[in-house]
Design a protein around this ligand. Structure first.
Ligand code: SAH
Ligand code: SF4
Length: 432
């Protein structure tokens, strides 16, 4: 989402004749688009600002702006820290005001900020073009991000998103389809629909299934992905559409968070482990080749060894293709931070995450090995210039990385590939 938001920011500032440079040392203004989801992301930003201030020194001054979720949460703290010398701050709903904020900070030398959260801002009138896209995969017109909804109303007790990004709001289907048409005309092959809670998408009477169906009618777009959904919003209608529509990739990121019912309830996830596993079964029954991935938090307050064991059991039953596992990180302002002391010792969190990673690694490896011998359709990513290798990366429909030998093909091509080998991290293949 932040990567996409940075594309919006480039698009907004380009209209004001700002020029983007990739070399930080050549910039007059550096903006950091920040994440507040875990303490680690947060600490990195402080480190980065100090490094920039240190390398630039007094001889070559630079303006520094903080964008994104940390901006909303920590405006006061960021300005008060005199060693950082932040010039301006803009929250996720204030990017259209950036030209003005920069002007105020540079002309008048004052610190400027806007961290107001909006109930309406969806940036539906900003269309980043290929030049606004900085990631190699988006810049080379293979995949384009497109946020179809913003914000979150779920208030999972551990999560800061509802506070930093505000309430849920969706773009109209016509507006999204319009942007997808432009992307297709620019040569993009895949679009990934984004939202903090993407399958809660709703605009008037139109739901996420309707939106996906409309997007899939756009010619030239070969693949459609979406992230992140919440397990609560998977009506049969949507799963049936996924099963029958060849353009919708058969991959669902289904965040479990925990496999114990007491912890799930404390997290306010609104499902039990039984309901989650029933959903997994239903998804697999309707979409037999589906790839399922997940997010899990270990060491939520008061989680016992037995309760963590429940999470391991659910992971073994669900057989996810891969998982992002995190140690619980207390976030200021969340319900958990107010109600539940962060009482699982760091060493136990580490033990649990290592154990979970180990179990998942073996499942991932077996899942990957099961593809050996299959013919898969692979969307090639751009050749990684910087790495100077004789290999080409691509993704299966299920989103798995496949490594191919170099050949007469390029990023954006869809090629049929025989899977010849697998590791816990990737598949290897030969074009057929
Ligand atoms: N909207 C998505 C998730 C967005 S945040 C969803 O509902 O699934 C991405 C992931 O970060 C979450 O799924 C969760 O596993 C993790 N996360 C969020 N807050 C966290 C916290 N306080 N500590 C550790 N991990 C957290
Ligand atoms: Fe955070 Fe996702 Fe829960 Fe929303 S649904 S509060 S973004 S974890």
């Amino acid at each position: 989402m932040n990567e996409y938001d940075s594309e919006l920011v480039r698009s907004i500032l380009k209209k004001e004749n700002y020029e983007f440079v990739t070399d930080e040392r050549a910039a007059d203004i550096v903006m950091l688009n920040t994440c507040a989801i875990r303490e680690h992301a947060h600490r990195k930003v402080y480190g980065r600002v100090h490094t920039i201030r240190h390398t630039r020194g007094k001889a070559s001054p630079v303006m520094i702006g903080i964008l994104g979720c940390m901006a909303t949460n920590l405006r006061q703290e960021l300005f008060e820290d005199r060693t950082l010398k932040i010039d301006f701050i803009a929250g996720p709903d204030s990017y259209k005001r950036l030209p003005q904020l920069i002007r105020e900070a540079s002309d008048e030398g004052q610190k400027s900020y806007d961290v107001t959260l909006s109930e309406f801002e969806t940036y539906s009138d900003i269309y980043p073009d290929a030049q606004d896209r900085a990631n190699p995969s988006t810049a080379s017109r293979v995949n384009a991000w497109i946020a179809v909804m913003r914000g979150c109303n779920n208030f999972c007790t551990f999560c800061v998103v509802p506070y930093t990004r505000g309430r849920e709001r969706s773009r109209s289907p016509e507006n999204v389809v319009d942007e997808v048409r432009r992307l297709s005309a620019e040569g993009f092959k895949q679009v990934t629909l984004l939202g903090q809670n993407v399958n809660s998408y709703r605009h008037d009477d139109y739901d996420f299934a309707y939106l996906m169906d409309e997007v899939s009618k756009v010619e030239g777009i070969e693949r459609i992905r979406f992230t992140s959904p919440h397990p609560k919003d998977f009506p049969d209608r949507f799963l049936d559409l996924m099963a029958s529509n060849p353009k919708i990739c058969k991959h669902i990121h289904l965040p479990l968070q925990a496999g114990n019912n007491r912890i799930l309830d404390m997290m306010n996830r609104t499902y039990t482990k039984e309901e989650f596993l029933t959903l997994v079964e239903k998804v697999r029954a309707k979409i037999p080749n589906v790839a399922l991935t997940t997010d899990i938090i270990v060491g939520f307050p008061t989680e016992t060894d037995e309760e963590f064991e429940d999470t391991l059991q659910v992971v073994k039953k669900a057989q996810f293709d891969s998982a992002f596992n995190f140690k619980y990180s207390e976030r200021q302002g969340t319900v958990a931070s107010k109600k539940y002391p962060d009482d699982v010792p760091e060493a136990i969190k580490t033990e649990r995450i290592m154990c979970l990673n180990e179990v998942q690694k073996e499942i991932t490896y077996q899942k990957n090995r099961a593809h050996i011998g299959e013919i898969q359709s692979v969307l090639l990513e751009p050749y990684p210039e910087a790495k100077n290798t004789n290999q080409m990366p691509g993704r299966t429909d299920g989103g798995k990385l496949v490594i191919l030998p170099l050949g007469p093909y390029k990023g954006g091509d869809l090629v049929k590939v025989r899977i010849t080998d697998a590791t816990p991290h990737a598949l290897k293949g030969q074009p057929v």
